[in-house]
Design a protein around this ligand. Structure first.
Ligand code: MTE
Length: 315
């Protein structure tokens, strides 16, 4: 993200998508290419790849009418720097990642600090399906059918005190399993943060799965944050610690490049990254570019959180 801003050819058409299209074309026996980008292509490859998934074979769409990305796209084109900076390689490198036993410590300015076993988090709360757009700061996006539960439900359990103004999240630190953490350039572990009202917002979820399946390592197993109106780097993976605090957390990206990555990271087509425009994006699986939407299309739900704030200043 920080070190390689150039768009490579693999970025324009990820190999997996390309192969999928080819396979689909063969299956159709010469039907026009125009069809390929519609829901047919999506459901075709999801059916192939997730035959047992309850949701893998239907025309799932987001509330704007756009089809979800395929299971394969979502699980083979990833950012997870703890494993590798190469998106197409994360799945392979993360394949053996051990996610049991796993605990999540919820601590800091709360009345009931508590260590949760992942099994508890999977059973204590109803697992809801949320179809969200994920917009990476690099300029690509996907539509993902997540399962999970609102972060608010977990925070309510631990009872934040009146002093708590922010929530700080930490990824597992384990260089033996995550070789990318040997790279001294980054201040590991990966850290992210939200203001408490952002954390309590109903759109903010902790995800435990996608496409009706348990989360795979490359997507942040066993538990990751999803904040759909912010750039994807806020959606921190493989969380082991959640801390309520009165101090604005310094995220990994703020620490690495403070002039390029701020605390808020709200998707905004009018606030360019210092080195590239954010006006458009490439939806994985599509050929052209789309216009980026303010707050990633969730302005109606979240704009009030930032009333009176200068979104250019608080980037
Ligand atoms: N979380 C951790 N711990 N490490 C990472 O490198 N990458 C972020 C985010 N969460 C990242 C992370 C970025 S830049 C994006 S775009 C999303 O994860 C990608 O999520 P996905 O691979 O599930 O699509």
């Amino acid at each position: 993200m920080y070190r390689d801003p150039t768009i490579r050819s693999s970025d324009i058409t990820p190999e997996s998508v390309y192969i999928n299209r080819r396979a689909f074309l063969r299956g159709l026996g010469g039907v026009g290419a125009g069809l390929l980008l519609g829901a047919c292509g999506v459901s075709q490859s999801s059916t192939e790849l997730t035959p047992s998934s309850p949701t893998g074979n239907v025309n799932l769409r987001d509330e704007l009418g756009d089809p979800v990305n395929t299971f394969e796209q979502i699980t083979t084109y990833n950012n997870f720097y703890e494993f590798t900076t190469s998106k197409e390689d994360v799945a392979r490198r993360a394949a053996g990642f051990v996610t049991r036993p796993w605990t999540v410590e919820v601590t800091g300015m709360v009345r009931q600090p508590r260590l949760f076993a992942i099994e508890d988090l999977l059973t204590m709360f109803d697992q809801e399906e949320r179809i969200y757009r994920l917009r990476c700061v690099e300029g690509w996006s996907m539509v993902i059918p997540w399962q999970g539960f609102p972060l608010r439900k977990l925070l309510d359990l631990v009872e934040p005190t009146a002093q708590a103004q922010y929530v700080r999240f930490e990824t597992l630190y384990d260089p033996d399993q995550m070789p990318g953490q040997r790279d001294r350039y980054f201040p590991w572990p990966y850290v992210e943060g939200l203001r408490i009202d952002e954390a309590m917002h109903d759109l903010t979820i902790l995800s435990t799965g996608l496409y009706g399946r348990t989360l795979l390592p490359q997507n942040g197993a066993p538990l990751r944050l999803v904040v759909p109106w912010k750039y994807g780097f806020k959606s921190i993976k493989s969380i082991v610690k959640i801390e309520l605090t009165d101090t604005m957390p310094v995220s990994l990206w703020m620490a690495v490049a403070p002039r390029e990555y701020g605390f808020y990271a709200n998707v905004n087509p009018e606030v360019p990254h210092p080195r590239w425009s954010q006006a458009t994006e490439r939806r994985i699986g599509e050929l052209g570019r789309r216009k980026t939407l303010l707050f990633n299309g969730y302005a109606e739900q979240v704009a009030a959180l930032y009333a009176g704030m200068d979104l250019r200043k608080h980037y």
